[in-house]
Design a protein around this ligand. Structure first.
Ligand code: TRH
Length: 363
């Protein structure tokens, strides 16, 4: 499906190179793939994704060879057709010097963007699209910051997201993965976390619930077990689009890092975020910045918000985990999170903001 921004002939021939270094986990590859696919499929750009380690992509997008995006190993020499019109350096991964030199040799200089990590901090809106001239060459790189308001670059959200969701059959999804039919009073939870999460405490607490609880663990090789009210279900690591289906099918989603955190917000179900841990507790500032924004907008009442705040702190190892208070808050948090999700979805999405910025410069 091609987007309105792709309708000019010039837009259709835009070549875009995305450079991605996989630091760890799935987030770097996950974000770059999502953007690459959107630019290729929705905007008709010719996208090459240079990635130093394609292994995570085989799990995130097992069908990537069928997409219009060319996934290529990190280059050691300039490709025959030279540098692209739009060059996206993901997460300050540093482009090869020969590629930068080639960009500088082009008569019409490429649009060069550094796609940064997502943060809810206030300074993001001020830094977004800041130019950074190259110290030696006639090139300017712009910082492109994802974010939660219109001063930022926005969030990645595919044009077909709502259609996919409308077509989703939750009962068929559960049957496919051998899960029992959903009981009316059941609480189903997805769990994607870092090893430091207090999972044992969560399991103990869920076992005490007075309703059936199903804990769905994608990408886990833990054994299935039943403990009190709780049944656990390891699931395979799902392709990205099917990970959305898991989030839609659950009442509560535990997510982490960057991309699954955004997907949980699109799913609009209550969620718990385990932030990617950084040295010197830098991540605390980012966690608080998001909580501040979310709590201000979410309008779920003080008791529910206090329980959410405390539970997120507990899940991130800052305080004790208080499941009963959080569980009691879920009925208030459910419509409040839908409201948050709908408000975010009304903002322009990241790919669209990025395309518009590039088209303005490539005129
Ligand atoms: O894997 P992560 O911990 O990645 C992290 C973060 O991006 C972090 O900010 C970054 O600094 C670090 O990498 C280097 O969490 P994240 O961002 O949620 O990425 C997980 C991806 O995996 C996301 O695209 C969702 C996807 N996924 C699936 O497609 N299927 C699955 O079954 C699961 C569990 C995840």
């Amino acid at each position: 499906m091609l987007n309105a921004l792709s309708s000019t002939p010039a837009a259709r021939t835009i070549r875009c190179d995305i450079f991605c270094v996989v630091v760890d986990n799935y987030g770097d590859a996950g974000v770059c793939w999502r953007l690459a696919r959107q630019l290729g499929e929705e905007y008709g750009w010719q996208v090459r994704l240079y990635i130093d380690n394609p292994a995570p992509l085989d799990q995130l997008a097992p069908d990537h060879a069928q997409s219009p995006v060319a996934v290529v190993p990190w280059p050691h020499e300039l490709p025959a057709n030279g540098s692209a019109d739009v060059v996206i350096e993901a997460f300050a991964c540093t482009l090869p010097e020969f590629y930068i030199e080639a960009m500088a040799r082009r008569e019409k200089k490429p649009v060069w963007l550094n796609l940064d990590y997502l943060s809810a901090e206030e300074w993001v809106g001020k830094m977004h699209l800041m130019p950074s001239p190259h110290p030696r060459l006639p090139l300017v790189k712009h910082f492109f910051f994802p974010g939660f308001d219109e001063h930022s670059g926005g969030l990645l959200r595919e044009a077909d997201y709502d259609d996919r969701r409308r077509a989703f059959d939750a009962a068929a999804f559960r049957a496919e993965f051998g899960l029992p039919e959903k009981a009316p009073n059941e609480l189903s939870i997805s769990l994607f976390s870092y090893p430091a999460a207090p999972i044992a405490q969560l399991i103990q607490a869920l076992a005490q619930e007075n309703r059936p609880v199903h804990l769905l663990q994608p990408g886990s090789n833990a054994a299935t077990f039943t403990h009190g009210a709780l049944s656990t279900h390891p699931l395979p690591f799902l392709p990205q689009s099917r990970f959305d289906e898991l989030l839609w099918s659950c009442d509560l989603n535990f997510v982490r890092g960057e991309d699954s955190f955004v997907r949980a917000q699109w799913a609009g179900k209550p969620f718990v975020w385990q932030i990617y841990p950084q040295a010197d507790d830098v991540h605390r500032v980012k966690l608080d910045a998001f909580l501040h924004r979310y709590i201000q907008k979410v309008g779920a009442g003080d008791t529910a918000i206090d329980a959410l705040n405390a539970f997120w702190y507990g899940w991130n190892g800052i305080s004790e985990l208080n499941w009963p208070a959080f569980a009691a808050a879920l009925p208030a948090l459910t419509p409040a999170t839908q409201h948050w999700s709908a408000a975010l979805a009304r903002q322009t999405n990241l790919a669209s903001n990025l395309v518009q910025f590039c088209l303005d410069r490539l005129k």
